[in-house]
Design a protein around this ligand. Structure first.
Ligand code: PLP
Length: 387
């Protein structure tokens, strides 16, 4: 029997990470050291109190049932965290919703709010899950370029009027992946005005909200006046608390949107393993101490890579936060060929910029997910690259 994929399957492009991994394995098998700066999966372990909570709760016999929309104490911990961190008031019952990782939320949000033919405003480059969600909903992405001359923020005024009229949703991500741009109060204020004027729902992905280097915390979108009237913020414990494999995140903000998402999710899943939720509560309740260490480590790593980029003669705008360096290399070769050539020649694994959108051509994304010694080693290796 021949088994064929559905026509909808054509919207999914094959992920490049498998090919990068295979190339890295081949290099390793030849005896060479590999410097993997590709996946944005935190290398630091979760804090010991978080792991201990998970271990203890997992021993309890009553922890293995379905949790449906999650335990109320998790929503309360999210609400307390927002109050402490950003002075934002959230009703834990009606303005917070747990998701099984933010990817799950991101892919399903357009389905809950967009009809076929609606436009969703997104950026180029952008984290790839946005487009997946938009296309699954039958909506159409409109990509706003992110460029250095605009501090890598999208220019809302440049969107053509016919697109604005058809737009149902705007997706933003600051600090961003792959471009580590930072949010400003001025920009978020403009976003709220734009959304109100044109009736557009806003979704701000704050996955890297605890990755900042200068002492200035990235603003929460929900701290902007009127933000809750127009949208949501989605955040994850994957990056901030190194819980990427534990799959727990949340959506917070507009009550009506939360209600609609809750209804959709009640048809899709039965919730996250309770010990993970309990560990996440401990993480959120100790967020300040836990994430302080993360910032010190990533600031230093960012410095090392930025200094290395300069020595290499590559270009990259220094960032005030995020998990990545977005770098332009000086060789006359397309970014996909370049990353495989870099693995073959010098064992350094980076992600080609163009997988995040056409504006990423000629760039690579470098994830700061290795210790300083390995990052320095990667720079030394890249010095040996030639074309
Ligand atoms: C910007 C952004 N949002 C969301 C995610 C998804 O993270 P998770 O599903 O682990 O919460 C990622 C993961 O790399 C990301 O970079």
């Amino acid at each position: 029997m021949e088994i064929k994929p559905s026509t909808k399957m054509s919207i999914f492009s094959p992920a490049i990470f498998g090919d990068l991994k295979a190339a890295a394995e081949r290099k390793k098998a030849s005896g060479a050291q590999v410097y993997d700066l590709s996946l944005g999966s935190p290398d630091l372990p979760p804090d010991v109190i978080v792991r201990e909570t998970l271990a203890e709760r997992s021993q309890q016999a009553n922890m293995y049932g379905y949790t449906l929309g999650g335990i109320p104490a998790f929503n309360k911990a999210v609400s307390d965290y927002y109050k402490r961190r950003s002075n934002v008031d959230l009703n834990p019952e009606t303005e917070v919703l747990q998701t099984m990782g933010s990817q799950e939320g991101l892919v399903h949000l357009p389905l809950a709010f967009c009809n076929e033919g609606d436009v969703v405003l997104t950026t180029n480059p952008a984290y790839v899950a946005y487009e997946t969600g938009i296309k699954l909903a039958g909506a159409e992405p409109y990509e706003m370029p992110l460029r250095a001359e605009n501090a890598f923020l999208p220019a809302l005024d440049d969107i053509p009027q016919d697109i604005v009229k058809r737009a149902k949703m705007l997706i933003l991500n600051l600090p961003g992946n792959p471009v580590p741009a930072m949010p400003t109060e001025q920009f978020f204020t403009k976003v709220v005005q734009f959304a109100k004027k044109h009736n557009i729902l806003v979704l701000h992905d704050a996955a890297y909200s605890e990755y900042y280097f200068t002492g200035d915390r990235p603003l929460s979108f929900l701290a902007t006046d009127g933000a809750k009237d127009v949208g949501l913020e989605i955040n994850s414990l994957s990056k901030s608390f190194s819980l990427a494999g534990a799959r727990i995140a949340y959506i917070a903000g507009n009550e009506q949107m939360i209600r609609i998402m809750k209804e959709l999710k009640s048809n899709l899943d039965y919730g996250t393993f309770q010990p993970i939720q309990e560990a996440a509560i401990v993480a959120l309740n100790h967020a300040e101490e836990i994430t302080d260490c993360l910032r010190k480590v990533f600031s230093k790593r960012h410095e090392i890579i930025m200094a290395g980029i300069k020595e290499l003669g590559w270009e990259a705008t220094p960032s005030k936060g995020g998990m990545f360096v977005w770098a332009k290399y000086p060789y006359e070769i397309d970014d996909k060929s370049f990353v495989f050539e870099a693995i073959d020649q010098v064992g350094v694994v980076m992600v080609p910029g163009s997988i995040f959108g056409s504006e990423g051509s000629g760039f690579v994304r470098i994830a700061l997910v290795q210790d300083e010694h390995i990052l320095q080693g990667a720079i030394e290796q890249l010095k040996k690259f030639n074309l």
